[in-house]
Design a protein around this ligand. Sequence first.
Ligand code: CMC
Length: 432
Amino acid sequence: MVAMSDTVTLTIDGKSVELPLITGSEGERAIDIGKLRATTGLVTIDAGFKNTASTLSGITFLDGEKGILRYRGYPIEQLAEKSTFVEASYLVLYGELPTKEQLANFRERLTMHSLLHEDMKHFFDGFPAKGHPMGILAAMIGSLSAYYPDSLDPDSDTDLHIARLMSKVSTIAAFGYKRSIGQPFMYPKNSLDYGENFFRMMFGVPSEDYEPDPLAVAALNALLILHIDHEQNCSTSTVRLVGSSDASIYASVSAGISALWGPLHGGANQAVMNMLREIRDSGGDYRGFMEQVKDKSSGRRLMGFGHRVYKSYDPRAKILKTMADKVLPKMGASDPLLDIAQELEQIALKDSYFVERNLYPNVDFYSGITYRALGIPENMFTVMFSLGRLPGWMAQWREMNQDPRHVIGRPRQIYTGAGERNYVPVGDRKGK
Ligand code: CMC
């Protein structure tokens, strides 16, 4: 629900223009500057889009001051506790919790599409065995558009592409892992649910039965739900921007995977583990480490801390912290790095540098510890983030694609380069 009743008046060079005010369903307000350039010749500038809403969206609500996150109106805490990844994905994608029948149909669609085209298996031979799984995942997902050329038509069956992507991504992720450790691929098994299947494809071997630990499956389920969507973050904005040119959903998601990889975004979960190990190897020199991350010239940051939108505790981190504290011991998993993370968190939360800047743990601070307990290798942590975020990327792509008003994304700039000058032949140029 969007209200567009009020206006604001902007006065520039003695001339006034009325700009519409837009109010979202949770009371957030925005000035619509869409006609500003046409009426005044001015554009706005906002590095990193810190103050710019790029779209209207009915998918996720996030209040960074209050630490609220809801998918389609449902609080993340309830979904993480009570829902399943497949059900919550349906909710995010299609707007409502599914009926029994809708859920069964959705599950069946996912099952039907979980196999990879056999030719695609050969791709894995072309990557170095120790190549980073995020590079492999982005390439494999991008290449799906070559196998499904119908996706090049923006009006093709989006729901079919969604089902294909959602089930194939976990197969691709697990195949990549198997190849990196020199084991045979484990094909998906139809009778298993999403999490069980993923664990079996990752850790099963053809010669033996494999039964995943139900606690591990439950933990994975909650982890994936926590990552499903997070409004217009870097990777989601990338998916929308690529998709706005009518590029296929496979190409758009592949670009999103690349955007997620960076350590300031989803790659932070792997970077957190490196940081915790570094503190351990220094014999617990927390003070020295904190001095470094507060010193801007060091180029270092406290990984897993801070967020563009949250200025209070990230609700996803809260859930993960509880999970790390309570669930992992039940699984018989104790991790000295968890103790270091908890100690580091306490120190940072009392440090005036972090207090003044409202820097709190984000989702990546405790997710790595949990993935480790599930036996996921560290270089696959951001792949796990991708599996979780995929339904969100696709929901955002679908929302944009279905909006008849959507236009290609194309920001303006303020040029700061040289003025016009004449070409000089190479022999006449001065300097070395
Ligand atoms: N360690 C040290 N200082 C920090 C940190 C940090 N983790 N995060 C922010 N700051 C400082 C920053 O230097 C700046 O200080 P000052 O005002 O003196 O210049 C101030 O806090 C505001 O930071 P910012 O860079 O303007 O904030 P941002 O909104 O542009 O950046 C961020 C957000 C997530 C990139 C940043 O907090 C960061 O680099 N965190 C570490 C990486 C990380 O954990 N990323 C995962 C984010 S959550 C998962 C996801 O969705 O991507």
